[in-house]
Design a protein around this ligand. Structure first.
Ligand SMILES: [Zn+2]
Ligand SMILES: [Zn+2]
Length: 349
């Protein structure tokens, strides 16, 4: 049984940070309303307040969706591809007791493995992963939209106050200081989040994640890059009508299941693999189409995906026998014939 618990100490403490984030949003909101609320009957102010409230509503909707949506858990009984290298099989999480699929990482704050993990975000007290990445991106979009509106709207009264303070050389009201603080805070957040947003857009367009972009060992970039359009669909889904809404539905789901990934560039797969591992992998490479699990599925006429699940019964003995045979005769080809494993199973019956 996985030893993971959804309520870790970090997660509980993270809720205080979420309250802090909501307080910052409220602080900026009340400063804007304090200035423009009394003037709501002016047509231009009415339009501004309308768009500002819409952005804020979308911000909060995206915020709670990103915070409350499970980023993706490793499916139960997840095993490994039978043709996978030992290197991949070593990706076993000792905390959750599962084999980690590609692009899956263990988050120490959430104390669990997360599919296609991008990073753990303290702002939403949740990991950004396969199922909530779109919501996180929309959160950034609406935070920026609201921030730009706040900076723009606060800049006029701040400019007037600065002129006044420069002329009189004194601050009349305590409110003026709060206004300066709100403007400075919003400006700082806007600049920071703009850079952060640009970074994340670039990651999505190349089908990468924050963790992968920091992985210096990964010398070949764009491992999962399938082109801008396909990469966008992978996160935002195919339904264009849902791209700006923090909902997925059936048509707006991210493409794939977050478990099986096809790599565009796999040449670097041999990096970091011990010398003897390559030999073992070659010896286990099947000459036919597909892997042993697929052959077994064909033999047993099993429908469905053969990719997930533990090693088939008898495979370990089969592998040992094949390796022994190879050791005895180096002249024989190193690959295992695709028909040999089913035949071996029949012999064992
Ligand atoms: Zn784990
Ligand atoms: Zn996390």
């Amino acid at each position: 049984m996985p030893r993971t618990s959804p309520l870790t100490c970090n997660k509980i403490l993270g809720n205080f940070f979420v309250v802090f984030v909501l307080m910052v949003i409220s602080f900026v909101y009340f400063n804007v309303i304090n200035i423009y609320g009394p003037r709501y009957e002016e047509p231009i102010i009415k339009v501004f307040l309308c768009t500002f409230h819409m952005s804020l509503f979308m911000l909060l909707w995206s915020f709670f969706k990103a915070m409350l949506t499970d980023p993706g858990i490793v499916p139960p009984l997840w095993g490994f591809y039978m043709g996978d290298s030992e290197n991949k099989r070593r990706r076993y999480c000792l905390m959750c007791h599962v084999f980690k699929p590609e692009r899956c990482h263990h988050c120490s704050a959430c104390n669990r493995c997360v599919l296609n993990m991008d990073h753990h975000c303290p702002w939403i007290n949740n990991c950004v992963g396969f199922y909530n990445r779109k919501f996180f991106m929309l959160l950034l979009v609406y935070v920026l939209l609201s921030s730009y509106q706040s900076v723009f709207s606060l800049s006029f009264p701040v400019y007037e106050k600065i002129l006044k303070v420069a002329n009189t050389r004194r601050v009349d009201h305590y409110d003026d200081l709060i206004l300066f603080a709100a403007f400075s805070l919003t400006l700082l957040l806007t600049i920071t989040i703009t850079l952060f947003f640009k970074f994340h857009v670039r990651l999505i367009m190349t089908n990468s994640t924050t963790i992968e972009s920091m992985d210096k060992k990964n010398s070949v970039k764009d491992t999962y890059n399938k082109g801008t359009r396909a990469n966008w669909f992978q996160v935002f889904g195919r339904n264009k009508l849902l791209w700006l809404l923090p909902v997925t539905g059936i048509s707006g789901k991210p493409i794939g299941d977050g478990v099986i990934w096809t790599q565009e560039n796999v040449n670097h797969a041999d990096d970091d693999v011990p010398d003897n591992e390559n030999d073992m992998r070659k010896s286990l490479t099947l000459s036919g189409t597909g892997n042993i699990a697929q052959i077994l599925a064909k033999e047993n006429k099993i429908q469905g995906s053969p990719k997930i699940g533990p090693a088939p019964k008898g495979f370990e003995q089969f592998r040992q026998a094949e390796l022994k045979k190879k050791e005895e005769s180096d002249t024989k080809p190193s690959s295992i014939d695709s028909q040999s494993f089913p035949k071996y199973l029949n012999r064992m019956k």
